[in-house]
Design a protein around this ligand. Structure first.
Ligand code: AMP
Length: 335
């Protein structure tokens, strides 16, 4: 179900009730998210896990997916749970957050869930994978949808400071600190409710965005090597050798993609990072007003209208990819 209605409390009333009933019904709950997680994926997961444990202390709640050094290094999120396959043989509720494509769910054992709930804000999810879906592409973050649901459960339930911290980081992350176009009055209403839980936003921002002096060398490399296409696509490439030189993981390659977001001649911006395990080059694409997820889909990817991911086999495919974005800019400007 892809729901295009605006984010209002009552929109998913029936589904919200069903989520709550299932949380009450199952003693064992596993929470999943997408591979190569970001703030929204991790904040949603740990936020919901914490909320369930705070309100239903007798439940066994597990957080699944690989640990991610980028987003855990400053202590913002704890480690995920390492579970043997046998854990999944008993009945459990699977809650899948911030992802709707089977191949992008970080742990395939979600499929063993007795009942499977998806809560997501991405378009183009796989059909018929879940027993219950709450999808709204208007939400700036999956956490916006989750908080909307949790606050709609009513005052009987409690949002702890820790749960609110996780959710706040998720919303800040996916809204680019409240800059992206899906940031609405609703986003601010929800985040203001999170603030009333007593969270310390200064320490959250510090954990999210603190960098090391060594990171300046990475910026220097990007500034020395970035390119801008004819129509205004800015991009930089990290080969595997570059990553090794700077001691970067593949998912850190995209960390600086938004460096290009504020320059008037730049309409779309990308980071392109070699992943020898693919083997491929992973691309993060961002824009202000150009709808890029269609092109991302053409290059084995997908995502949101102005933040998407894609991949190319090797750098020989790069000119074709950039030319396709140039064409998109031309088509959009001529409309
Ligand atoms: P990234 O550049 O990897 O941060 O991805 C930007 C956005 O696009 C995130 O919301 C991702 O979840 C989404 N995304 C990235 N790759 C894919 C893909 N292959 N299919 C669908 N969505 C994707």
């Amino acid at each position: 179900m892809l729901d295009q209605i605006k984010l209002e409390g009552k929109a998913f009333k029936k589904e919200y009730k069903e989520v709550l009933n299932n949380i009450k019904k199952f003693d064992r709950i596993a929470i999943f998210r997408h591979i190569m997680p970001d703030f929204d994926a991790l904040g949603s997961q740990f936020g919901l896990a914490t909320w369930i444990k705070d309100n239903f202390p007798n439940k066994e709640v597990k957080v699944l997916g690989d640990n991610n050094v980028v987003f855990t290094k400053n202590g913002l999120y704890p480690q995920t749970d390492k579970l043997k396959d046998s854990w999944f043989d008993e009945p459990f509720l699977a809650i899948i957050l911030d992802v709707g494509n089977k191949k992008r769910i970080a742990d395939p054992r979600f499929e063993k869930g007795t009942f499977k709930i998806k809560i997501d804000h991405h378009p183009f999810g796989d059909e018929n994978l879940f027993d219950l879906e709450i999808t709204n592409t208007h939400a700036v973050a999956a956490s916006e949808l989750i908080c909307n649901m949790l606050f709609n459960f009513g005052n009987k339930y409690f949002m702890s400071k820790l749960a609110a911290e996780y959710f706040y980081s998720a919303i800040v992350g996916d809204s680019g600190r409240f800059q992206y176009s899906n940031t609405t009055a609703h986003t601010f209403t929800l985040t203001s409710k999170l603030l009333t839980s007593g969270i310390d936003i200064v320490s959250i921002y510090e954990k999210m965005y603190r960098k090391e002096i060594a990171d300046l060398e990475v910026i220097k490399f990007i500034l020395n090597n970035y390119k801008i296409s004819e129509q205004g696509v800015a991009y930089y490439v990290f080969t595997n050798d570059d990553l090794n030189k700077f001691n970067l993981t593949v998912d850190r390659g995209k960390e600086n993609v938004n460096f290009f977001s504020s320059y008037s001649g730049i309409k779309i911006w990308c980071s392109i990072t070699e992943d020898v395990t693919g083997p491929c080059f992973r691309i993060s694409i961002r824009s202000r007003r150009y709808v890029i997820n269609g092109v991302a889909q053409e290059f084995k990817g997908g995502g949101h209208p102005s933040a998407s991911g894609a991949e190319i086999k090797d750098l020989t495919e790069l000119p074709k990819f950039i030319a396709r974005l140039d064409q998109l800019i031309k088509e959009t400007d001529n409309k």
